[in-house]
Design a protein around this ligand. Structure first.
Ligand SMILES: *Cc1c(COP(=O)(O)O)cnc(C)c1O
Length: 363
């Protein structure tokens, strides 16, 4: 007997129940090996098979072109904030960044250690409640890359797939930690995509990097071995011991996603889920969405009542009803519902029903 809550955590976050069940079945004896995936050599044929499947499935799900490598690395998305400039500052040592929130800010700060960073635009003055409009004439012509955060986990904004900056020959680099696999992005428009697994792909401990091959092998001399994409690409992400169990869990999530019909099918469900919430918020007299309509995330939906006591009462009552982790990030306040791929439509419907009841009761 078990009882699970509806978990709206921003990360680490909800995983598909089918995946957790499958992992539990394979926990003690992975496919006749007599051991769990945590206990086996990363050079064993079982684990090599898991790693190869993870790579193949992610390639298939995101339609990753043949001239891109997929790497499974450690250190979280935060390590990529340094790894990207260390590897990509190969000519002008200049990069353009768009400041759309706390994660962009951290990426900017790190890149500044290794070269020149132009912050083209920022929505900081309005607590990052929108994606700033970009003036193409301000883009650096000779930049080594151009960095964006496709989905801003804390504020609930996103660069939609049809509104990516047109950077021409300058490689577009994207932090997709909180919306990878949630809707269809054309990978060929990017030079590099990275994502920590713990939001929409699996457990914490592994970071996926999808990188165009011509960007590999140009790391700065000072680059530590472990931060050189070429080292990991040449070794198929097995240069040192990889986060085996996290990769295994990601593989199961990819398999689940494929069985669900892939990213396009998931996008449809994600649109339905987020629309349920936004439609309710936009007509509610109590709750308000905080983000400009055209920039709204499909994954993270912040909302406020404007009254701290009411927010606290709502969060408390929600927990009692089995809706957990709805507290907003301290920089925004209020609430945030993170509704990643593994959150079923029923979870969002139930949340909206609860919000309606709460609003009626507290008028
Ligand atoms: C969570 C998050 C990060 C940080 O990820 P770590 O794996 O904890 O380093 C970076 N960027 C975005 C967009 C995130 O949501």
């Amino acid at each position: 007997m078990y009882e699970r809550v509806y978990n709206f955590s921003a990360g680490p976050s909800v995983l598909p129940e089918e995946v957790l069940l499958e992992a539990s079945k394979e926990m003690l004896n992975y496919k006749g090996s007599g051991m769990s995936v945590m206990e086996m050599s990363h050079r064993s044929k079982e684990f090599m098979g898991i790693a190869a499947d993870a790579e193949k499935l992610l390639r298939e799900l995101m339609n990753v072109p043949a001239n891109y490598k997929i790497l499974f690395l450690q250190g979280g998305a935060s390590t990529q904030f340094a790894m990207i400039p260390l590897n990509l500052f190969s000519n002008s040592k200049t990069a353009d960044y768009v400041d759309t929130g706390a994660w962009s800010t951290k990426a900017i700060k790190e890149a500044k250690k290794y070269g020149t960073v132009n912050v083209l635009a920022s929505s900081k003055e309005s607590t990052y409640s929108y994606i700033p409009k970009l003036d193409k004439s301000a883009f650096s012509k000779d930049a080594d890359y151009f960095h964006i955060t496709t989905n801003n986990t804390i504020y609930g904004t996103r660069f939609t797939p049809d509104n990516l900056p047109d950077t021409g020959d300058v490689p577009l680099v994207a932090d997709m930690s909180s919306n990878i696999l949630s809707e269809v992005y054309d990978v060929s428009k990017f030079g590099l995509i990275y994502a920590g697994a713990q939001k929409n792909m699996g457990p914490a401990g592994v970071t996926a990097v999808i990188i165009r091959e011509d960007l590999i092998g140009k790391a700065m001399d000072i680059t530590p071995t472990m931060l050189d994409y070429k080292i990991h690409a040449d070794a198929d992400s097995l240069y040192n011991t990889p986060p085996c169990y996290s990769i295994y869990m990601c593989m199961l999530v990819f398999k689940w996603l494929k069985e669900k019909g892939g990213v396009a099918a998931m996008e449809k469900i994600n649109r339905e889920k987020s629309q349920l919430l936004y439609d309710y918020l936009d007509q509610s007299a109590m709750f308000k969405a905080t983000v400009a309509v055209e920039d709204r995330s499909l994954m993270n939906v912040p909302f406020v009542t404007g009254n701290d006591e009411l927010d606290a009462a709502f969060i408390k009552e929600a927990v009692a009803k089995g809706f957990v982790n709805l507290k907003g990030h301290r920089s925004v306040g209020g609430m945030r519902a993170s509704i990643y791929n593994a959150m079923p439509v029923e979870g969002v419907k139930a949340l909206v029903e609860f919000m309606k009841e709460f609003e009626a009761k507290n008028k």
